[in-house]
Design a protein. Structure first.
Length: 224
């Protein structure tokens, strides 16, 4: 599996301490970036009606943390998009190439809030609004560099990474879990992602393990 990147992106790659899969940590991070009208919450089931009813609606994005396994790596090899070059307001979704190591939780947050109805909750003039205004016109490589060079983003992530119920890992430590965000594009921006359409995508990730590693965790992004 290969991905085309500019030399500039390769040369400025950073490492962050990974975020704990914790809705309070994720919510604190977006609050520090000026987004106070949204929150993350745990999803305890995608099949049991009583537990599903505990999730606030509408669900604007879903964030899944899942184990990196051979099944997952094989799936990515077969479905990898070699190079995406979209930019500007015409994109069906705002997409960020990850070039910061161990920051997949941050990228899941960025994708969740930059797309669909969630974007309407970003206050004008906030750090998050400024970041999106800067990034959207850029091609993916320059957009990646803008994220790497954002001191406010790095500081917000650093503060969030020190929180949670477990001690944070070291900066050099490798982790075997990954975050992925399920978001709404322009053509389905009014769809509640806690409907069958969104949940079926989550189930696909879980079913790929074929009864193997069961360590999945799901969070929903909703209005606060």
């Amino acid at each position: 599996m290969t991905e085309s990147k500019s030399e500039a992106v390769k040369d400025t790659r950073k490492r962050y301490i990974p975020l704990e899969s914790n809705p309070e940590v994720f919510t604190d991070l977006i609050t520090n970036l000026g987004v106070q009208a949204l929150k993350f919450q745990d999803v305890y089931s995608i099949d049991e009606p009583d537990l599903m009813a505990m999730v606030d609606r509408p669900v604007l994005a879903l964030v899944l943390v899942f184990p990196v396994t051979d099944n997952d790596e094989e799936y990515k090899k077969k479905n990898w998009v070699e190079h995406y070059a979209g930019s500007g307001d015409g994109e069906p979704v705002v997409w960020y190439r990850q070039t910061i190591h161990n920051a997949c939780g941050l990228y899941a947050i960025l994708h969740g809030i930059s797309n669909g109805q969630a974007r309407e909750f970003i206050p004008p003039g906030s750090p998050f609004a400024t970041l999106i205004e800067q990034c959207v016109p850029l091609n993916p490589d320059d957009r990646a560099l803008a994220l790497e060079n954002s001191a406010e983003l790095e500081e917000a992530h650093k503060n969030a990474a020190q929180q949670g119920s477990t001690a944070p890992p070291s900066l050099e430590e490798e982790v075997d879990y990954h975050y992925v965000a399920f978001v709404k594009g322009k053509n389905n921006r009014d769809e509640d992602l806690f409907s069958e359409g969104g949940l079926s995508l989550v189930r696909q990730f879980i079913q790929r393990e074929q009864g193997g590693n069961p360590n999945f965790s799901l969070m929903a992004l909703t209005p606060a």
